[in-house]
Structure formats: C-alpha cells, structure tokens
Design a binder for this molecule. Sequence first.
Ligand SMILES: [Cu+2]
Length: 381
Amino acid sequence: MLPKAKLWLALTVAALSLLSTNLQAAWELNMPRGVTQTSREIYDLHMQIIWWCVAIGVVVFGVMLWSTIKYRKSKGAVPANFHESTKVEIIWTIIPFVILILMAVPATQVLTEAYDASESDLDIQITGYQWRWEYRYLRENADEEEVSFFSNLATSREEINNQLPKQENYLLEVDNALVIPVNKKVRFLITSNDVIHAWWVPDFAVKKDAIPGFINEAWTVVEEPGIYRGQCAELCGIDHGFMPVVVHALPQDEYDAWYAGRQEQARAAREQSNNVVTMSDSLAMGEEIYNRTCIACHQAGGAGLAPAFPALAGSSVVNGDLTANIQLVMNGVPGTAMASYARMLSPVELAAIVTYIRNSFGNSTGDLVQPSEVNALLEAQ
Ligand SMILES: [Cu+2]
C-alpha cells in the first residue's frame, strides 16, 4: 500500500474509533429521536428526506463522475454541440416535481399534526424574560388558587467562572422546573416580556419563538416520566446561555400532589401578605433576597459597579421618598438592566427587600415596609 493511502486509512480508523467511544454523545451529529410521538415522527421524516437527498446526490454526482471519466478529452471525446432538447427539459422538470410531491406529502402530514394544539388537557403560559422563564398554569375557574413561578438558572457563578468544577448538568439546571403530567396533552402558550426568546426542549421536538405582544402555541404529550432539558434558542442578550428549560414529567397522581402543594404555597403567600412583619424578620429576609437577586449588579455592601450599576449605599432613591423607592423596585427602570420585580417577588418579599436596602449599607431611614403597603401599590397599578 502507498504510504499516503496508509496515512488516510489510519486517520479514518482513528476518526471512527473516536466516534464510537464515550465521546459519542458530544459528537452526536443527528437530531435526537425524542420522547414524544411528534418528535419521533419528525425524526423519521427527517431521516426519510435525508435518504432522498443521499440518493439524489449519489445519482447526480455518479452521472457527473462517470461522464467526465468516460468522455474525457484524452480519450478523444468530442463535445456535442446542441441547444434546447425538449426531451431532456421535460425529464429534468418532471423527475424533481415528482420527488418534491413525494417529500411534501409526509411533511405536510407531520406538520399539520405538530401544529394542532387543539383539545388540550392542560394549558401553561410560558413567558420569556431576560433571563429566566415564567410558567403560569391556566386555571379552569378564577376561584382556584393560581400557580405561577419563575424558573431561574441554578448553576452557581463559581462553576461558570471556573472556580468550581463543572457538574453534570452545567447550565442546564434551574431552581423551579416546569412540572407536567405524563400522557396528557399539554398546550404551551408562549410569549415574552421583553425581547424575542425561544422555548426549546429537543426531546419534545418543541421549539417556539417567544415574541413580545404575540402568543405562539405549541403542545406535547410526554409518555415517560423523566427530566427533560432544553434552552433558550434565540439570541436574547448577554445571559442568553443562562436561561435553560427543565421539565419534570410526572405520573398523574404525583403531578396532582405537586400542583396541590403549589396551590397551598400560593394561598399561604397571599395570606402572609396581610400579616404585619417585624423589623428583624424583614431584614433577615431582605438580606437573603439581596444576596440572591440584587447582588450581581448592585454588588456586596450595595457598593454598585460604576458606571453601569448605581450604588445603593447613600443612593438618593434609597434614602428618599419611600413610595418612590418601592415603585422603582416594583416597576424597574424601563430601558435599563433594572428589571421590574413586581411579579418576580411576592409582596412580602418586596416589602422585605425595600426595608433591607433602606436600613443597610450605611442607609438608616428606619423605614419598615409592610406587605400591605406593597399590596396597595400593586393594586393601584
Ligand atoms: Cu432568551
């Protein structure tokens, strides 16, 4: 064998063995088959079309290769000189036309099924935010307690900054996963609060743009209980890679128990917001919220990070009018990174965080905000 041919053989063998080792998952080239009927149908359609393309490629390039070799100049071939052959033109119109029809039929069948979100058993509104998802379970009647929550990235900053080793589900872990029952048709109503995001779970073959002012529909029926992961699939700003999707599919009875627990939590939170809070409780809760939610921008000790993020220590807003301060945290500052926390934090938490910042970092207004004050402001909006 020629040395060059040997080299190629060695390279090919190396490449193939690489593909067949445990690196395989990372090198996976094809789309996943998924865990729903729709995802499997989409996968099969995709494979069917791929093989059509392979066959067309083999025939077209085969004919080309064969004719360039067979009719090469060195063999004395003389080029034919003709224009317009009606026969050839009819053939090269009819064959692709037939192939396209053969492809369009199964594609249309799968598409119409994938887009038929009617007659769902459960509706969930999904809202994209920079950079988290909100899930809201739509109720059958307004008397029921509403279940809605935010789902934030749970991977620690230390892992992201290489200060800790990266764990298995790096950047694919959230604090509150979306929970759905198995074998039920779940309809997703997908929208956005700010820029365009896209909600994507490859195993469900669901990927839909979340567009402010529009509601897009998607649906799924998951057959097997399990944890399924996905990501935002539309470049939506600096933390686009930090808003994963995690879905827990549970058997119906476990789902019902989870849902009832969530409703109970919501009821408790609502009742709590009528309670009177004490200074020490508020400061403790506020500190916890600050370290979880605000510290990334306003920094430890409320020092801020000039010029982008103002200091809260000595801030005129934080030391000024109380109502204006509450409203700023509730509504954010449109057009800046300061988000609206009216929905992300409960009234109790909003009261606590404002109490905390007005009595920390050297600020000493002495103000103790009651959840009822926040409630009144929320209702006035
Ligand atoms: Cu996004």
